[in-house]
Design a protein around this ligand. Structure first.
Ligand SMILES: Cc1cc2nc3c(=O)[nH]c(=O)nc-3n(C[C@H](O)[C@H](O)[C@H](O)COP(=O)(O)O)c2cc1C
Length: 364
């Protein structure tokens, strides 16, 4: 019997299967507002059990990439409402991923009046794409004052409440891939000497404050978190205390009672492999649901579920390219290949036009 295709629960929610759509930034939200095209895209993929949306900013300061959505204005809430309605109509549940880009981005991508904020004034190595002027070097961000940190916590909290208004089943805190929450955790981007920098108890303070405040606002059953221990994306080098730091995080997040931890392993994309003992540590320390992601095919998904390594499996690129991935896997059908040239471009091409399988003939 397939575990992947069978029903399960996530906190109070019933999921129609154990397949989760990984968060995928697609840059189709012109003006940072979700639209009908996005509702169609998510609805096409709603045979998954749970959809986690693309990274969505809680603040105008967190819109570091072009055409990514926010959840801080009335128009954005209304746009997301259309998405959640379309997804719920097909039986999936949907969490909104809250992503504040922090030092990753460019003023050319931010709305007027917004700032590039980070734990410390340390730029990320590398270039960033802007619609206005193409590739630009990552700028030096402004080091956040305590008042900026307090404002950011409030923005996350309001964003989570807005997500509830928009009909989401929950939110996922994006603690991975070099964005603001991870910038606080990692010592190369957090050089602070106040109570938000230095030892891990301090570097984890911001992420834990956000997690605590958001769970108090919308309920711990509605809050998950994505983490990338051993992730190096966006200039986040490995460092000796990494395992101990993430063990501390796993224990603290467990105490807060979040509904899930979602671990990223980007070795299928060329990143260092996340050691097995780190995934096992999370399974041991974090008592609620565990989601694994990165490079899964059907066989590996079933094997990891059967071995009890996790409760749910998240899949990104295969679902991006195969709106009916579940059906294809059930039938053993060939998969469409993802087209990386249209991952981040505007419009329906490479977004809503991946073909679904023809319906199987029904017996008469
Ligand atoms: C086009 C694209 C956009 C992505 N956007 C996000 C994002 O917004 N938030 C996030 O946490 N991860 C993001 N990721 C990482 C994916 O969620 C996932 O971890 C990665 O694709 C590996 O899983 P896969 O092998 O199943 O594709 C993105 C990946 C791709 C390819």
């Amino acid at each position: 019997m397939s575990l992947l295709f069978s029903k399960t629960t996530l906190g109070p929610l019933t999921l129609q299967n154990r397949l989760v759509m990984s968060p995928l930034t697609r840059n189709r939200a012109t003006g940072n507002v979700p639209n009908e095209l996005m509702a169609e895209y998510y609805s096409q993929r709603a045979s998954a059990g749970l959809i986690i949306t693309e990274g969505t900013s809680p603040s105008s300061n967190g819109l570091g990439y072009p055409r990514i959505p926010g959840i801080f204005s009335a128009a954005q809430v209304a746009g997301w409402k259309r998405v959640t309605e379309a997804v719920h109509a097909r039986g999936a549940k949907i969490f909104l991923q809250l992503m504040h880009t922090g030092r990753i981005g460019h003023l050319l991508n931010l709305p007027a009046g917004a700032s590039m904020l980070a734990p410390s004034a340390v730029p990320a190595v590398g270039d960033i794409y802007t619609d206005a002027k193409g590739m630009k070097p990552q700028p030096v961000p402004k080091a956040m004052m305590e008042a900026d940190i307090k404002t950011a916590v409030e923005e996350y909290t309001q964003a989570a409440k807005n997500a509830m208004t928009a009909g989401f089943d929950g939110i996922e805190l994006h603690g991975t891939n070099g964005y603001l929450l991870e910038q606080f955790i990692r010592p190369n981007s957090n050089r602070r000497t106040d109570r938000y920098g230095g030892q891990i108890e301090n570097r984890a303070r911001f992420i834990l404050e956000v997690a605590a405040t958001v769970t108090a606002a919308i309920g711990k059953e509605r809050v998950g978190i994505r983490l990338s221990p051993f992730g190096v994306f966006n200039d986040m080098p490995l460092y000796p205390e990494m395992e101990a730091d993430y063990t501390y995080l796993a224990q603290k997040l467990n105490a807060l009672g979040l509904v899930y931890v979602h671990l990223v392993d980007h070795s299928s994309m060329g990143a260092p492999k996340v050691p097995t003992f780190v995934k096992e540590m999370f399974r041991r320390e974090f008592k609620r649901s565990l989601i694994l992601s990165g490079g899964f095919d059907l066989a590996r998904a079933e094997a990891d579920l059967a071995a009890g390594k996790c409760d749910l499996i998240a899949v990104g690129r295969p679902l991006l390219a195969n709106p009916d991935l579940i059906e294809r896997w059930k039938r053993g059908a060939v998969l469409n290949a993802p087209d990386s040239s249209t991952f981040y471009t505007p419009g329906p091409k490479g977004y809503t036009d991946y073909p679904a399988l023809a319906k199987e003939p029904q017996p008469v």
